[in-house]
Design a protein around this ligand. Structure first.
Ligand code: PLP
Length: 393
């Protein structure tokens, strides 16, 4: 008798490929698209990093070999030093530092380590789409913490305790935020920290955009600098954005000792280690002066001004809140009654402009689109010229 076997696990069949990649795949099939869909910076990996790797490829006989599962000791030491300088918190390279293949992989290991089926993770809504998928992939449930656009997407600290129950394991935070560009205030973040402590849950701080804060640098607050939270916080940094190293797949986590032990098992059972060549590049990135950062931020600041100018000029199509950091803006479209997926498809198919539908970032993202302005000014202009032609004022 033939057995109709379902080969695909519920955890996998319940998720979809993210709308960000979906739009990237769709737009790759159309010629001459002006894409604001993917948060992939246009920059090259800085020259000093490329040059150092070129040398090491020839001179280091171990460059092509596995590394320890938690990363090269010298890189973990450099990470601990950087963390101390940035936060005043001293961490042990062996007990607390874990080198990852970027924040997605780091979070994936963390979620595997902490989620049992049915467990809940609080995520901001809007929040980063891939977090939701990763949680579901581990059999967990994302619990949406709704942020209010009319209050500038700030954290609604008062509503947080109501979302925390028996099954809550962690809260995920990203500031500056993807997709809104919001930088949460120190006061808000400290309140979240206190709530996490009171309920004995973890905070997962996914921090790709800490260096892209423009004139709002003073508003950026790293919650992992609070000494009382060191046992309740996992801090994740990635080289993808600040060092234009997204393809190297490199990041690190600072985690409590008890978490590192568990994460290490997941990491070992899945990826074995982060590629050594990327770790060597990371060591260069951390030990040499990051001279490129100023240039990256200046260029992104110009692109931010440009995209805001272009949005200001089309109030009949979009309303938006000026992003404070990262390189995303999350306008609400006012022109069309279709949902954000159909609006994005219409833009792609009729105007050859790729954006990401806001619904991918949570229920509050509906009627919005995410635009990534890490692309050239020419691309931003082209996208807005086309949108303007599609919806004349
Ligand atoms: C909030 C957030 N987390 C993680 C990532 C992915 O980072 P990585 O390249 O380090 O995996 C992104 C990339 O867009 C992001 O915006």
């Amino acid at each position: 008798m033939e057995v109709d076997k379902n080969w695909i696990s519920n955890n996998v069949s319940s998720i979809t490929i993210s709308a960000i990649k979906e739009m990237a795949i769709r737009s790759a099939k159309i010629e001459n698209v002006a894409s604001l869909a993917w948060g992939l910076p246009s920059f090259r990996t800085p020259e000093h990093i490329r040059y150092a790797i070129e040398q090491r490829l020839e001179s280091d006989p171990d460059i092509g070999k596995y590394a320890l599962p938690d990363g090269l000791p010298e890189l973990r030491e450099a990470v601990a030093k950087k963390h101390l300088a940035a936060t005043g918190i001293s961490v042990d390279p062996d007990l607390n530092v874990m080198i990852t293949c970027g924040n997605m992989q780091g979070l994936n290991s963390l979620f595997h380590a902490i989620i049992d089926p049915g467990d809940e993770i609080v995520v901001t809504d809007p929040g980063f789409a891939s977090h939701f998928q990763q949680i579901r992939l581990c059999g967990g449930k994302p619990v949406f913490w709704t942020l209010d656009e009319t209050r500038d997407w700030q954290l609604d600290v008062d509503s947080l305790p109501n979302l925390i129950g028996e099954r809550t394991k962690a809260i995920v935070l990203v500031s500056p935020s993807n997709p809104t560009g919001k930088i949460f205030t120190e006061e808000e973040l400290r309140c979240v920290g206190k709530i996490a402590l009171d309920h004995d849950i973890l905070i997962l701080l996914d921090d790709p955009y800490c260096h892209f804060t423009y004139e709002n640098q003073d508003r950026y607050f790293n919650l992992s600098s609070v000494p009382e939270l060191t046992n309740h916080i996992a801090y994740l940094f990635t080289f993808s954005k600040t060092h234009a190293m997204s393809g190297w797949r490199l990041g690190y986590m600072i985690v409590p000792e008890r978490i590192k032990r568990e994460v290490l098992k997941v990491h070992d059972a899945t990826i074995i280690c982060t590629p050594r060549i990327s770790q060597v590049a990371g060591l260069v990135a951390l030990t040499e002066e990051p001279v490129h950062l100023r240039t990256f931020e200046d260029i992104l600041a110009r692109r931010r001004s440009l995209i805001c100018q272009r949005l200001d000029a089309v109030p009949h199509i979009f309303q938006y809140i000026k992003p404070e950091g990262a390189y995303y803006v999350f306008p609400k479209f006012t022109t069309d009654q279709v949902d954000s997926v159909n609006f994005s498809i219409k833009l792609l198919e009729t105007a050859k402009v790729a954006v990401t539908p806001g619904s991918a970032f949570g229920p509050s993202g509906e009627q919005h689109v995410r635009m990534a302005y890490c692309v050239s000014e020419e691309t931003i202009d082209k996208a807005f010229d086309r949108i303007g032609a599609l919806f004349p004022g």
